[in-house]
Design a protein around this ligand. Structure first.
Ligand code: TXA
Ligand code: MG
Length: 335
């Protein structure tokens, strides 16, 4: 495995060309997107996609997201591009929104876990964009971590989790969004949120009208009914640190930390707001949802690496812009 530093503002064309050549020859390349690092492979090559599942230890029933350069390229993997797709793409691409639509036969079944639909997104990160453009093919990319672990927001996180199972890691520095994209299924008559992210349900509803919320996403929509069908893979324990994660109300968090410590455990904490005093195991994250999301996984990785057995996390607000973060915290605390 090689880690190549790459300037996110001006990705070196030679480095990008080399990475694209690896992808074209069926190898795996980890690269930064604006959300988290992705583990990329040629989306039209079943044996390359097979390598993704093997590297991640990912169950075969959990389908991948296909990354493309623009909406025109999305239409090459999607069979029916509808009006909602057109409007959502215009509003949010490039960016952290994934659309689930009927798939074309050219997309191998292994990429979509046998589903008749495909998840597609246009990332806004310049390195991701340059790589996809240079590869001249759609790139299947799940988050670049072992299945059920916390997603990577730095190249070091990728290297720690995947080691030599990945051929090349493009290191474009820490990602800016910090949690995975919002996933919405618009393949049927009802638009359904499958995974909440930083693009919120009200923002999507402003573009296409009412959105239902898949029950397994655990998110509360402002929209119509609560639909039943969850996204495959979303029922699993997911995004979990090694440490046990405990959610606590703001008024109880400090006492909980003291109690765990008194019981002799190595305790870490993630609180909201400005630092009170510097501490390696008490992380303070911004009080705005986007700023918090950007740094959450880095904090979890750091506290895990510091050997914490328990991480006490102050509960976040329940307003729509926090739903993506609240979803990841709830999953991480589920054992
Ligand atoms: O931000 C992101 O989305 C990152 C970056 C790398 O783009 N990728 C990512 O991929 O988070 P992954 O594989 O960790 O998550 C993909 C999610 C899973 O929840 C999966 O179930 C869902 O998308 N998904 C993929 N294809 C689907 C389909 N055809 N129908 C329903 N859900 C699908
Ligand atoms: Mg993932």
């Amino acid at each position: 495995m090689r880690i190549a530093r790459i300037d996110p503002a001006h990705p070196d064309p030679d480095e990008i060309a080399g990475a694209a050549a690896l992808l074209r020859s069926g190898r795996l390349v980890a690269f930064p997107t604006e959300t988290v690092y992705g583990l990329g492979a040629n989306a039209l090559d079943a044996s390359a996609i097979d390598r993704i599942y093997a590297a991640k230890g990912r169950p075969a029933y959990n389908p991948l997201i296909v990354h493309v350069a623009d909406a025109a390229a999305a239409m090459l993997v999607v069979r029916e591009w509808n009006d909602r797709a057109e409007r959502l793409a215009a509003a949010f691409w490039p960016g952290p929104l994934t659309l689930v639509l009927p798939k074309r036969a050219e997309v191998p079944d292994i990429a979509t876990a046998g589903l008749p639909s495909v998840a597609v997104r246009v990332p806004s990160h310049p390195v991701a964009h340059a790589l996809i453009a240079a590869a001249r093919m759609p790139i299947a990319a799940p988050s670049a971590n072992k299945s059920t672990e916390i997603s990577p927001t730095t190249a070091a996180h990728v290297a720690k989790s995947l080691g030599d199972t990945v051929d090349l890691i493009l290191d474009g520095g820490p990602t800016s969004v910090g949690i995975e994209s919002t996933v919405i299924d618009i393949s049927g008559p009802t638009a359904t949120l499958l995974r909440p992210g930083t693009i919120s349900v009200p923002e999507i509803e402003a573009v296409i009208g009412p959105v239902a919320v898949a029950r397994a996403s655990g998110a509360l929509g402002t929209g119509a009914s609560t639909a039943a069908r969850p996204s495959p893979g979303m029922l699993d324990k997911h995004y979990a640190p090694r440490a046990r994660l405990v959610l606590a109300d703001a008024s109880e968090a400090a006492a909980r930390v003291e109690r765990e410590r008194a019981d002799g455990r190595q305790v870490g904490a993630i609180m909201i707001g400005a630092p009170v005093e510097p501490s390696p195991t008490v992380v303070r994250l911004p009080a705005d949802a986007l700023g918090y999301a950007q740094r959450l996984y880095e904090a979890l990785h750091r506290l895990d690496d510091a050997g914490c057995e328990v991480i006490v996390v102050e509960r976040v607000p329940s307003s729509p812009e926090w739903v993506g973060v609240a979803d990841r915290l709830r999953r991480a605390s589920t054992r």
